[in-house]
Design a protein around this ligand. Structure first.
Ligand code: DX5
Ligand code: ZN
Length: 264
């Protein structure tokens, strides 16, 4: 099992230090890119990846939660991204895969919780990584949606049956309680944002028992910004997670979200 700390929950004013701090316990770094359209939140882009690149040798895995990833792929490649993960909800991802291969950047495909696993199975032979979202994308610190584990199991069975080397990653709400469930279902890589960077000791938090450290369990930080209600698991396709009636998973008050972003 590999651990991918998500820098979304790090202190952006000290990003180089935050990354250096977890370098010894991270297998790769997860970079959440949000454009304020595909998801309501707005985060970081290629300039931050370029700034980070000289400060770490860790594999930089860029999760693109953007409406138009095609216009950003060259910039991410130039910035030093090792892989870009694109959302299947946007439609046929093959042109994006082709561009990433041309650029020499790894190819990841991701599906939101409401998206059926059948949407990604046709692409398994063409990708390096399948990311299964275990929260609706947009914010750190949300509650894990256990129903997605069934999709992990289905994808695992298919990948193994086809003899593929595709890794399965899970993203959202991973902590000491949910990590074993994800590993058990067949995940190879766990993304963890708040459970690592919001813990009193991120290094100890990253060395959870599942990694052989047997140190203090991951702490669960206050879940500010969690959804008020879970979106319908049947809502599909693209955009449904952000627009479906009742799918109000963003914070009730932007002010609270701002506070969460800016406090340590
Ligand atoms: C959510 C992001 C996640 C986020 C996970 O849209 O894709 O990568 O950082 O944060 P936690 O681990 O706090 O749920
Ligand atoms: Zn992510």
């Amino acid at each position: 099992m590999k651990l991918a700390p998500s820098i979304l929950s790090a202190d952006f004013a000290r990003l180089g230090d935050e990354v250096a701090r977890v370098a010894g316990v991270a297998d790769l770094l997860h970079v959440d890119v949000m454009d304020g359209h595909f998801v309501p939140n707005l985060t970081i882009g290629p300039p931050v990846v370029a700034s980070l690149r000289p400060h770490t040798d860790l594999f930089l895995d860029c999760h693109l939660m953007v409406d138009n990833p095609g216009v950003l792929l060259d910039d991410f490649a130039e910035a030093g991204a090792d892989r870009c993960i694109v959302h299947v909800e946007l439609g046929d991802p093959r042109p994006l895969f082709d561009r990433l291969r041309t650029l020499g950047v790894g190819v990841g495909l991701v599906c939101n919780p409401p998206t059926p696993v059948d949407a990604v199975l046709p692409y398994l032979d063409e990708i390096d990584l399948l990311l299964v979202m275990s929260v609706n994308p947009g914010w750190g610190g949300q509650a894990f949606i256990p129903e997605v584990l069934e999709k992990v199991r289905a994808a695992r069975a298919e990948i193994d049956a086809r003899g593929l080397a595709v890794e399965i990653e899970i993203d959202g709400g991973i902590d000491t309680a949910t990590a074993p469930l994800a590993v058990d279902a067949g995940c190879d890589i766990l993304v963890a944002g708040s459970a690592v960077f919001r813990a009193p000791d991120p290094v100890a938090a990253a060395r959870h028992p599942g990694r052989g450290g047997g140190l203090s369990p991951w702490s669960t930080p206050p879940r500010i910004g969690r959804p008020r209600s879970s979106p319908s698991p049947t809502a599909w396709p693209r955009g449904s997670a952000t627009t479906a009636p009742g799918a109000r998973w963003w914070p009730a008050s932007p002010r609270r979200a701002t506070r969460w972003w800016t406090t340590g």
